[in-house]
Design a protein around this ligand. Structure first.
Ligand SMILES: Cc1cc2nc3c(=O)[nH]c(=O)nc-3n(C[C@H](O)[C@H](O)[C@H](O)COP(=O)(O)OP(=O)(O)OC[C@H]3O[C@@H](n4cnc5c(N)ncnc54)[C@H](O)[C@@H]3O)c2cc1C
Ligand code: SF4
Length: 510
């Protein structure tokens, strides 16, 4: 019997039980596919990071005695569609059994299921052995419950996996230290220099360019800073524990022009490609905390654990619960078009200019930049969620649909009508001013609403609430804002709406 085992680009799990045994009759296939580079326009750094990590993983397997067939994007015997490549190899190598790990993306899941139905040989799928939860665990947990609150799912995960617990109770007496984690960064403590790998990726960039793959953003090919192998992924984790964890929670929501990464871990790419696992990340952080309790507070650690054990597993569960309908939800019926500065960063709004330029330069923005600056703007200007999704899915190094879609369409754009978020994440300029140092250097004035140089967020915010008010009438979390809207003088509301409409009509010039 000769077995073919498929490893997708985001399945680079060194610890998978597939690799416990070596076999001359098992052939692994890893392939850089045109269908993956072309289904959305990706950031150049994202394509490079995936291809290089895949190549490194193939080397690792070969060095450990496994048989690997690797296809580069430029290989003449590569194909556009994955299934055509698999069919060719099955025929050429006289394969008698096909195996694959369950894809995290719905699109690939359907493609591989359909492919297996066409095969005359046996086939089987396997778990990726990466997540804490199965695809269906969240659906089972919330069965019969009215709301899909992340917090209740997170507490269940803490208890189930004995993480920061004493018996069934939370360590430190509280499940959630979120209220301690919302500080503005005022340079009280220095931000450590970010760990960067300075890998020379010129060759791979040249290959991508020669294939005419359409990408966005920029790259410094001589100094590529993202981790692309297991060793570097572990370095990112250790660097986080030693230098960033101490203040992670405190400044988790801070926005600051002086530094791109603040105290964020930048571990999402290493995790989403599965070079490192969530259990490994959480165990390492908690062990570090126990060994360094004089410097690391529980609130910092809990804040980090919540992101991975809570949010990351939660969005995956929502994705598998709600797909495929989720991908076309547009509850607020938004129809706008993204302005060009989403691909250039050239806007007079300092907050957006900083978050967009950083995204285009590094393929990275932290969650408050994604949620309260960029996502806030696209929701207030009523951009179609398809456009917003495509941009987010392309631009970020860690963007894979299972995690991008619920965060963007659900959490950020409220296009799912409140499945993910209990209220839309929108704000006027005052929130951005409270959490950042953006406004002091901005062309616009955050205190103004109607003047020529008034902060655009201020009128857009009230116009959005007024336009979409029928969606929020029964939402108690919106009650206070709705009551303020009602109390607004009709003449003031009319002027505010007129201003917002004119801004939306001139969105390219903001
Ligand atoms: C609109 C929007 C789109 C997003 N798109 C993505 C995406 O495509 N891919 C992605 O991995 N994350 C996404 N996130 C979540 C979050 O912004 C990133 O995980 C985080 O910024 C990655 O940087 P980091 O590793 O430094 O994270 P840290 O701030 O250091 O957090 C640690 C880890 O927690 C996990 N995490 C934190 N928040 C979330 C979340 N909301 N959902 C899932 N995991 C989370 C990530 O794995 C992250 O690496 C999105 C958030 C928003 C608001
Ligand atoms: S004034 Fe308004 S547009 Fe300018 S940085 Fe502040 S919030 Fe952004």
């Amino acid at each position: 019997m000769k077995k073919l085992r498929l490893i997708l680009g985001d399945q680079l799990n060194h610890d998978h039980s597939w690799f416990d045994k070596k076999s001359d009759t098992t052939l692994y296939i890893i392939a850089e596919m045109r269908q993956e580079t072309d289904y959305v326009r990706h950031h150049i750094q994202k394509v490079v990071a995936f291809f290089l990590s895949m190549r490194n993983f193939a080397h690792y397997l070969k060095n450990n005695g496994h048989q690997v067939q690797y296809y580069k994007i430029s290989d003449s015997n590569n194909t556009i569609e994955l299934t055509a490549l698999l069919s060719n190899l099955i025929e050429k190598e006289k394969i008698t059994r096909f195996e694959y790990q369950l894809p995290d993306e719905y699109r690939l899941d359907v493609q591989l299921k359909d492919f297996c139905k066409t095969l005359k040989i046996e086939s089987q799928s396997y778990d990726t052995e990466h997540f804490y939860t199965s695809r269906t665990e969240l659906t089972a947990f919330f069965k019969g419950k009215k709301s899909l609150l992340m917090e209740s799912f997170y507490r269940e995960m803490r208890k189930k996996h004995n993480i920061l617990t004493v018996g069934d109770l939370p360590l430190g007496g509280k499940w959630n230290f979120d209220h301690q984690n919302r500080n503005k960064y005022k340079e009280e403590v220095p931000i450590p220099f970010p760990l960067q790998f300075e890998t020379d990726v010129s060759e791979i960039v040249k290959e991508i360019e020669e294939q005419n793959i359409s990408t966005m953003g920029t790259i410094n090919a001589k100094n590529f800073e993202w981790p692309t192998n297991r060793k570097q992924s572990l370095e990112v984790l250790n660097y986080f524990c030693e230098h960033l964890l101490e203040h992670f929670g405190t400044y988790q929501d801070a926005l600051y022009t002086g530094h791109k990464y603040l105290f964020h871990s930048r571990i999402s790419f290493a995790m989403n490609s599965k070079m490192i696992g969530p259990k490994e990340v959480i165990d390492t952080v908690i062990n570090y905390f126990h060994a360094n309790q004089e410097t690391i507070e529980l609130s910092q650690v809990e804040g980090f654990v919540r992101q991975i054990l809570g949010w990351r597993e939660y969005v995956r569960g929502i994705y598998w619960k709600e797909m495929p309908e989720y991908k076309s939800k547009n509850t607020l019926e938004n129809t706008g078009k993204l302005p060009d500065y989403f691909w250039t960063g050239k806007t007079k709004m300092k907050c957006l200019q900083h978050a967009l330029s950083q995204s285009l330069d590094t393929a990275y923005a932290h969650h408050i930049q994604r949620l309260m600056v960029i996502g806030n703007f696209t929701l207030l200007t009523q951009i179609h969620p398809n456009q917003v999704d495509a941009w987010y899915l392309g631009v970020y190094i860690d963007a894979i649909e299972w995690v991008e879609l619920p965060n963007t369409r659900g959490m950020s754009q409220y296009a799912d009508g409140g499945i993910m978020a209990t209220k839309p994440y929108v704000s006027s300029g005052s929130y951005i001013n409270k959490m950042s140092n953006y406004c002091s250097g901005c062309h616009y004035n955050v205190k103004e609403k109607l003047t020529d140089n008034a902060c655009p967020f201020n009128s857009l915010y009230w116009h959005f609430l007024d336009e979409k008010k029928e969606h929020f009438t029964n939402n108690h979390r919106m009650a206070m804002m709705m009551s303020l809207l009602k109390k607004m003088e009709p003449s003031e509301l009319a002027a505010t709406k007129e201003k917002a409409i004119s801004l939306m009509e001139n969105i390219e010039n903001l």
